[in-house]
Design a protein around this ligand. Structure first.
Ligand SMILES: [Fe+2]
Length: 406
């Protein structure tokens, strides 16, 4: 059987299709711009289940309802191809992606962990598992898993970067720094490892060190997809903000963070929280909120991820689009009432009310909604640095500058 560049078996008779599966993994792991090349490979050998499944993954990464719809035909093709022959790894991957499409991340994660038991050197699988662990706030599980992956893949730099990020999320800052720096020494073009080290500096409040770390690496981001590109600049802007340099951070917002791929939810998330943090330092977001709201408005019924929903709600509320806010909150309440995951009901819904209150400068209401949630709010997803935005909403010194509307 043919193998990809990681030595993993691929059900196909076409060497270029096996190579394309490995290339897709490398693009996802390195947050590159060429992951869509998998679509050609999937067309080249429709009998090969893996490229069909990876094509579905490409659309699931969009994290939108539309992305799920675009993924479904590829999942159907993956199933049809697998019926004619597939490895156990390929079957489990299809199962994981179907669970992701069906908004059952726990089930998707279980399938990824099963793959890792037998194919621990499948780093794309490890990356997908980490995405779900982050979205589920499973920080302890993330460390245990990335640690096991690293033991099997110590020769692969991406495994060090994955583990560095997991360690940082779990508060193991010393180890995260050592391992993240080692990953970047192995591969300077590993943006996830670069980013893990930036997270350590953020967590330590070492803002000057964070700037000194990220700025020289910026030329390596030009090859990145918009999420990683705008997110690295987002981190750099946070360091400038923490040093009180709102002007520099606002310039990064206008030139780097917002505008690369405005339709992509992760770009939207970076922009919303940065603009809100800028306002906490006295910057007037003004018409920028209208631009953001125009791009998040099509997402208000998606219900793909509660962490995203909180950002959409905030942008719409700051833009004064009360009808869209009400529609989003109603949809969220309806989903929370029936969702199997309690986080929608216990965390997402009250948190959405809280961030909307904050956006409307109703400080006491925001505090009343958000304060009881803070110990568990990471269970709706978002990194420690991203969750820091919600913690900032509870800081009286920041709120004191704003008029209390109610
Ligand atoms: Fe980050």
């Amino acid at each position: 059987m043919l193998q990809d560049c990681f030595g993993l078996p691929v059900t196909t008779d076409a060497p270029e299709v096996a190579a394309a599966a490995g290339a897709f993994a490398e693009e996802v792991l390195s947050h590159g711009q060429r992951a869509a090349a998998i679509l050609e490979a999937a067309e080249l050998d429709p009998q090969a289940p893996l490229p069909q499944a990876l094509a579905a993954a490409l659309f699931l990464f969009l994290q939108t309802a539309d992305g799920v719809q675009r993924a479904r035909p590829w999942l159907a093709r993956a199933h049809a191809a697998a019926a004619r022959g597939a490895t156990r790894r390929e079957m489990l991957l299809i199962e994981a992606l179907e669970a992701w499409a069906a908004r059952r991340p726990e089930q998707a994660l279980a399938a990824h962990l099963e793959i890792a038991r037998y194919w621990p050197r499948d780093l794309l699988n490890a990356k997908l598992a980490q995405v779900h662990q982050l979205n589920l706030g499973d920080r302890a599980g993330m460390v245990a898993f990335s640690s096991a992956t690293l033991r099997a893949c110590a020769d692969l730099g991406f495994a060090w970067g994955l583990h560095a990020f997991a360690l940082e999320q779990a508060g193991e800052l010393e180890a995260a720094l050592l391992i993240g720096e080692r990953a970047v020494a192995m591969n300077r073009n590993d943006p996830w490892a670069q980013h893990a080290v930036a997270h350590v500096h953020e967590a330590r409040g070492a803002h000057a060190a964070g700037i000194d770390w990220l700025e020289p690496l910026a030329p390596t981001w030009d090859r990145c997809s918009s999420f990683m590109l705008t997110h690295q600049w987002w981190h750099l802007a946070l360091f400038h903000l923490a040093r009180g340099d709102a002007g520099r951070a606002l310039a990064l917002y206008d030139q780097r963070v917002w505008g690369v791929r405005k339709a992509y939810v992760q770009d939207q998330v970076n922009a919303v929280s940065l603009l809100a943090r800028l306002e906490a330092l006295g910057v007037d977001g003004g018409a920028r909120w209208q631009d953001l709201a125009a791009h998040v408005r099509p997402r208000i019924h998606d219900r793909q991820n509660a962490f995203l929903d909180l950002h959409f709600a905030y942008a719409l509320a700051r833009a004064g689009d009360d009808a869209a806010v009400a529609e989003l909150l109603d949809g969220l309440a309806a989903h929370a009432a029936t969702a199997s995951a309690p986080a929608w009901r216990e965390l997402a819904l009250p948190a959405a009310r809280g961030v909307v209150a904050h956006a409307r400068r109703r400080w006491q209401e925001a505090q009343r909604e958000l304060q009881p949630l803070m110990a568990r709010l990471h269970l709706i997803g978002g990194s420690t640095a991203q969750q820091g935005w919600f913690r900032q909403m509870l800081e009286p010194a920041r709120a004191a500058a704003w008029p209390v509307a109610a």
